[in-house]
Design a protein. Structure first.
Length: 255
């Protein structure tokens, strides 16, 4: 901070308020840079060689897509390119999210006491993904994967802690594309949102609709949550039957 002291000494005519403002800006700037709790070196320290190679391939593809987007091509191709870019950003989000957790656990083992995991790096990737997805919606180009776009935006908003926003995107999926492969998870996420708001009747209704998709991996989990929603609205018999069904499927004892 020596340059701050030099500024104050070399500026005798600067008013007290301006000096105070300058110092405040310096302090805020130093605080802002400290937000990034984890460094590139820390990320590299918890990254295997294989993970590093995969990350490099992903980063190269992102760079190539950005170059392609600056060139002229058929506008009908733009949504697919942007969707691929968003998928890559989400992949990078998951990578950084995992590494941030590993760094945090390592700090705890070393005797440090960080208050929480810092997800600055990973959250930034979701924002980049949302920018790409938003560009698809703004392009007005007819596109047959808009259900996937809305679902990804709902997922990203949910991961960023924007529950209300995520619910709006999931609602777009089920209202516009009820037969979509993303409808089941959209119903389930809307059910989770309603349950957290203690709107148990609404949650049960959404879980019931999600349970119609009984060939997907999350089906037993949906039944489990539906059973609890039934219990909350005093449908004890339905709750027990649904819980029994969830256990049978999960343990492979389905009749």
């Amino acid at each position: 901070m020596n340059w701050v002291i030099m500024f104050l000494r070399w500026s005798p005519n600067v008013g007290l308020n301006l000096k105070s403002l300058f110092c405040a800006l310096v302090i805020l700037t130093s605080q802002a840079t400290s937000v990034f709790a984890y460094t590139d070196a820390q990320v590299r320290a918890v990254t295997t060689e294989k993970e590093s190679q995969l990350a490099q391939i992903r980063d190269q593809e992102i760079s190539q897509i950005k170059i392609v987007l600056t060139r002229r091509f058929e506008e009908s191709r733009r949504p697919d390119i942007l969707l691929r870019l968003a998928e890559l950003y989400v992949e990078r989000y998951r990578f950084y999210f995992m590494k941030e957790n590993e760094i945090y656990q390592g700090m705890l083992k070393q005797g440090h006491k960080p208050s929480k995991v810092d997800h600055t790096f990973s959250r930034a990737e979701l924002k980049f993904a949302n920018q790409a997805l938003s560009s698809i919606l703004k392009s007005q180009v007819p596109y047959d994967k808009l259900d996937q776009v809305y679902y990804f935006m709902g997922y990203n908003a949910q991961e960023l802690g924007n529950a209300e926003e995520s619910a709006r995107y999931f609602d777009n999926v089920i209202s516009r594309y009820p037969q979509s492969q993303y409808a089941a998870e959209s119903y389930r996420n809307l059910a989770e949102f309603a349950y957290q708001k203690r709107r148990f009747e609404e949650a049960a209704s959404f879980y019931e609709k999600a349970a119609r998709f009984n060939k997907i991996e999350s089906y037993p989990r949906t039944l489990y949550k539906l059973a609890w929603a039934y219990f909350r609205i005093r449908k004890r018999a339905e709750a027990l039957d649904t819980m029994k069904r969830a256990i049978e499927i999960s343990t492979g004892n389905e009749k």
